[in-house]
Ligand binder design. Structure first.
Ligand SMILES: Nc1ncnc2c1ncn2[C@@H]1O[C@H](COP(=O)(O)OP(=O)(O)OP(=O)(O)O)[C@@H](O)[C@H]1O
Ligand SMILES: [Mg+2]
Length: 151
């Protein structure tokens, strides 16, 4: 599914709907060039979950956790990592959630991941030269009909 994102609020609104709808254990893999709007979308997810803390890019911290909302939000950014380093991170511990409370896992620069969870939402954000921004959402091995109905 393709969604046209006319302005920052449109990107936030898409994230808000995801934050309101997704269930614990959901993984959002965010792909897109520098400045495509990945962090903005996660800020929307945070709003949709009811998180009032400001959500900042975990480019240096790698992961930020927000536990204030409906369910936890785990926000990761793999920008600075090589695929071998990503492999060593044991990312599955976030979606398997054996030692943490299950929540939404949102991963920026997911194209750096050498492996993916069994089910996930892939959100590819593009920002064309003419200023057109778009999100292309694909559900991998999961059913998002209910979700799509709300978007
Ligand atoms: N739909 C939109 N229309 C116009 N501007 C937008 C839109 N979405 C996001 N932006 C703006 O684009 C800039 C970059 O957004 P953001 O930081 O979310 O991108 P990013 O993909 O996370 O970047 P990075 O690759 O550095 O992590 C911000 O100033 C943001 O407000
Ligand atoms: Mg970012």
């Amino acid at each position: 599914m393709k969604i046209f994102l006319a302005d920052v609020q449109a990107t936030l609104d898409l994230g808000i709907k995801l934050g309101q709808t997704l269930t614990p254990g959901s993984v959002i893999l965010l792909e897109g060039d520098l400045g495509a709007g990945k962090t903005t979308l996660v800020q929307g997810v945070g709003q949709g979950l009811g998180i009032t803390e400001s959500i900042v890019s975990p480019t240096f911290t790698l992961i930020n956790e927000y536990t204030q909302g409906r369910i936890p939000l785990y926000h990761l950014d793999l920008y600075r990592l090589e695929p071998q380093e990503v492999a060593a991170l044991n990312l599955e511990s976030y979606w398997e959630a054996s030692e943490i409370e299950p929540g939404i896992v949102a991963i920026e620069w997911a194209q750096r991941m050498p492996y993916q969870p069994d089910t996930y939402l892939r959100v590819r954000l593009t920002n064309e030269d003419n200023g057109n921004r778009q999100a292309k959402i694909t559900a991998l091995h999961c059913n998002i009909n209910e979700l799509i109905a709300k978007i």
